[in-house]
Design a protein around this ligand. Sequence first.
Ligand code: ADP
Ligand code: TRP
Length: 330
Amino acid sequence: MRILSGVQPSGKLHIGNYFGAIAQFVELQHKGEGLYFIADLHALTTIRDAAKLRELVHDVALNYLALGLDPAKAILFRQSDIPEVTELAWVLSTVTPMGLLERAHSYKDKTAKGISADHGLFAYPVLMAADILIYHSDVVPVGKDQKQHVEITRDIAVKFNQTYCPGFDPATGEGGVLKLPKPMILDDAAVVPGTDGQKMSKSYGNTIDLFGPEKEIRKRIMSVKTDSTALEAPKNPDTCNVFALLKLFASPQELKEIRAQYERGGTGYGDFKKRLADYFFARFGEARKRYDSLAQDPSYVEKVLSEGATRAREIAIRLTDQVRNATGLR
Ligand code: ADP
Ligand code: TRP
């Protein structure tokens, strides 16, 4: 089984990225061949500052390593180190119906907010399809917000195979050059709420980051929005952002106790937030130490990425040859 996923270096990573995506990457690296990349070409649709982009790419690499991806097991690489991806994206774009892209959330959400979209943002799902298809990926672990992109990838792969592979059977996926991938989504971490209760996202300023000064992180946790129920009064855990975040960390037994504490009353939101902060540092303490020590050794991180690129590129070149043959480019 080949597992592939990527994260955009468009900001510091947060616990939504961890529970929605990276925690699965780490677990899955023992279950199949994992390829995990840094989607720097995608990030160009939002980051327009060269120094910033370089810093953020390096930071995602540090996150991958510190959080437990092992370069001896998984292939870790930078998207733009595989130039074949952009060629495949072009070929795929010639079989992608406009309507498919017009329905994509990434584009619809931005235009709905009045942000004018460039072609990169509009064509983003095609590049993502190329990322996935070029490595013959079987499964793509992502947060719920990316599910539609994986479905679009399947639609594009079917179109390509129907156009260029005479023996292709869309019902089974057999007989095509491009393999049809499946998304993999963890239900309980499908959408991690941010400090304001909206989906936690780098672009909404509502994140709890994984790395960075402890004081800053404690402050963010203490700023999670709650209602104004008095300390003594019983509280509803199911509508509380703090509880939603505690769910990610606590064991089922601990969560039962916390739920009872909410319903009993007598504990303030501040105490629940402190408990959340304790869980945070217990869970990420080791990773935070690893992050600091890896940050001292940028040449090691570069070496990991360049070895990953060599391994990923071998796979990409084979698929590119098949696509060139199928289309008549060669
Ligand atoms: P962001 O929205 O912060 O820019 P990305 O779009 O780069 O995050 O997402 C990287 C990965 O993390 C994706 O697989 C995405 O689905 C997942 N992810 C991001 N935010 C969340 C969240 N709040 N809850 C669950 N998963 C998330
Ligand atoms: N679009 C994804 C995100 O914003 C990042 C990404 C790019 C990706 N290409 C991918 C994820 C391929 C999985 C597979 O999070």
